[in-house]
Design a protein around this ligand. Structure first.
Ligand SMILES: [Zn+2]
Length: 157
């Protein structure tokens, strides 16, 4: 299967990923790849995430995350949007080995060539959402539905 997307500069942020062919709703586009690490190791290496707003970490499950800074693929350039055309699906492997879980980016509506691929990062930080943090995680997706931040409200906390 030929690739149906390309990475280039994005009006949203830095690099983005754009469709180069029509993609149908429900189609799997790309796997989110990188180096598997535990949350503990990630905290040691990168801090709690509140400082830098780095977004090349994908939370896989309670134990592991995928670090796309190391051995990541094009999927790491896909930007966040408040009104996305894709979603990130965690495919849980059979059995108890959570290291075998994988993440795929899937279209949630039909996508035309030239459209930027986006999904909702759904970021929840375990720290108060200060003005500085909101700036770090500011959303520039440009959608009419934009809530101005990538951070999710902390319901029931
Ligand atoms: Zn937005």
């Amino acid at each position: 299967m030929s690739r149906r997307f390309v990475a280039r500069r994005s009006p949203i942020h830095g690099n983005g990923v754009f469709a180069t062919a029509p993609i149908k709703k429900g189609e799997e586009i790309v796997e989110y790849k990188g180096t598997l690490m535990t949350h503990q190791d990630a905290d040691v290496m990168y801090g709690d995430g509140g400082e830098t707003g780095h977004t090349f970490l994908f939370t896989l499950n309670d134990e592991y995350l995928i670090d796309a800074n190391r051995k990541g693929n094009t999927a790491r350039w896909i930007n966040h949007s408040c009104d996305p055309n894709c979603q990130a699906l965690v495919l849980e492997a059979e059995g108890d080995d959570r290291r075998k879980d994988r993440v795929f980016i899937e279209a949630i509506r039909n996508i035309k060539p030239g459209e930027e691929l986006t999904y909702d990062y759904g970021i929840i930080l375990d720290v108060p959402h200060t003005a500085r943090l909101k700036k770090v995680w500011k959303c520039l997706c440009g959608s009419p539905k934009c809530i101005g931040t990538m951070l999710k409200p902390k319901h029931g906390r």
